[in-house]
Design a binder for this molecule. Structure first.
Ligand SMILES: [Zn+2]
Length: 367
């Protein structure tokens, strides 16, 4: 164990060259951004007296940061758990190290699902596993309270982003898409899976914030108890269709579509076709974010205003059209000048989310 720092917390964690779930106590430094965003999101929601659950706590770093960084009055109770037998002693040591009170903190070392099933209604649950979140979704969606927020990380992007198609079919009940849209499609597949599991418990889950990197995807889902909202969610499940010939894309409720160019399109899904972000929440997050997050959140805020599914990879289009790759800013300006919405996407470099038709984007690239 070594003493490390993250945010305003000093804590003990194993330091390994390769992060794996075989580590004695689990700590993944790459996930700092993930934790920074969860704190920013909770600050932006600005709710009081939350019962927060951290069922897969590892070293407990996320919970320690919640206790240190969230405003007074926001946490009614923090329930922190890890199945590792050494966890309670370690977490008590971490609290002491940071001069944090154990008052309102419940520490346990149980199976994560059993830990959730045992608790009161939970206003914020953070499912942050190594790999797929699947096995924890049933307990989490059953015990998330009305108006609660469920945060879910998936690090098995190989399945969700289509490197392992059979794993995606088996674990997420959907067909992935292996191209520039793979991470957005993967997030939409993960959202639908969470929504389906939650429906079994009459919970309606609506995304309010998502983000993606090469190593993981992360979704924040607002929970309601409403059969009516569940119905509208089901109406927004469908397929994304992608043309490998001309790169057109569309969405629909059926799994076969023919492109205007005549090609049968590749179908991905079923998946969530609705909004990925609540832009009022994103806007509020920008005001609460630490300096290093503001640019990233600004990009997401811009793209959150464009409900179109998918985006255009300028390198891919330029290469197909045999033209030089223009600066992304130039393309954005030209699209906006023509009256279309256009923004950079956080999902991929040099890629543009827009409501302009593909032929307009191609025309601008050629000119
Ligand atoms: Zn086509």
């Amino acid at each position: 164990m070594e003493k490390l720092t993250e945010g305003k917390i000093a804590f003990f964690a194993p330091v390994a060259k390769i992060v794996s779930k075989d580590l004695e106590v689990f700590y993944n430094p790459v996930m700092q951004l993930n934790r920074d965003i969860s704190i920013t999101l909770l600050k932006a929601l600005g709710r009081k007296k939350l019962v927060i659950a951290d069922p897969l706590a590892g070293t407990g770093i996320r919970s320690l940061r919640f206790l240190k960084e969230l405003p007074k009055g926001m946490i009614e109770q923090l329930r922190v758990n890890d199945v590792n037998g050494k966890f309670p002693a370690l977490f008590k040591k971490q609290l002491k190290q940071n001069k944090l009170s154990a008052k309102n903190v419940v520490i346990s070392r149980r199976d994560a699902s059993k830990f959730m099933l045992d608790g009161p209604g939970l206003d914020y649950i953070d499912i942050d596993p190594f790999g797929s979140p699947n096995q924890f979704l049933d307990a989490a969606t059953k015990f998330i309270s009305r108006d609660g927020v469920l945060a879910v990380t998936a690090t098995d992007t190989g399945a969700l982003a289509g490197a392992f198609k059979d794993a995606c079919r088996r674990k997420y009940w959907a067909e992935p898409l292996r191209n520039e849209l793979m991470h957005e499609v993967g997030i939409r597949i993960l959202i639908r899976k969470c929504q389906l599991i939650a429906m079994q418990h009459d919970r309606a889950l609506m995304p309010i914030f998502v983000h993606s990197s090469d190593h993981y995807v992360r979704v924040y889902l607002h929970a309601e108890k409403s059969k009516e909202v569940i119905k509208t969610i089901l109406d927004r499940h469908g397929f994304v269709h992608y043309c490998n010939n001309c790169f057109a894309r569309t969405s629909s409720g059926i799994n076969v579509e023919r492109c205007a160019c005549g090609t049968i399109m590749r179908a991905a899904g079923p998946l969530w076709l609705g909004q990925l972000w609540n832009h009022a929440v994103v806007k509020k997050m920008i005001t609460k974010a630490p300096a290093h997050l503001k640019k990233f959140l600004h990009t997401i805020h811009e793209e959150s205003h464009i409900p179109e599914i998918g985006f255009y990879d300028l390198h891919k289009l330029a290469s197909a059209l045999k033209v030089p790759v223009p600066p992304t800013e130039t393309i954005l300006a030209r699209l906006r000048k023509k009256g279309f919405k256009a923004a950079q996407t956080h999902f991929r470099a040099a890629s543009v989310r827009t409501d302009a038709p593909l032929k307009v984007v191609k025309r601008i690239l050629k000119s």
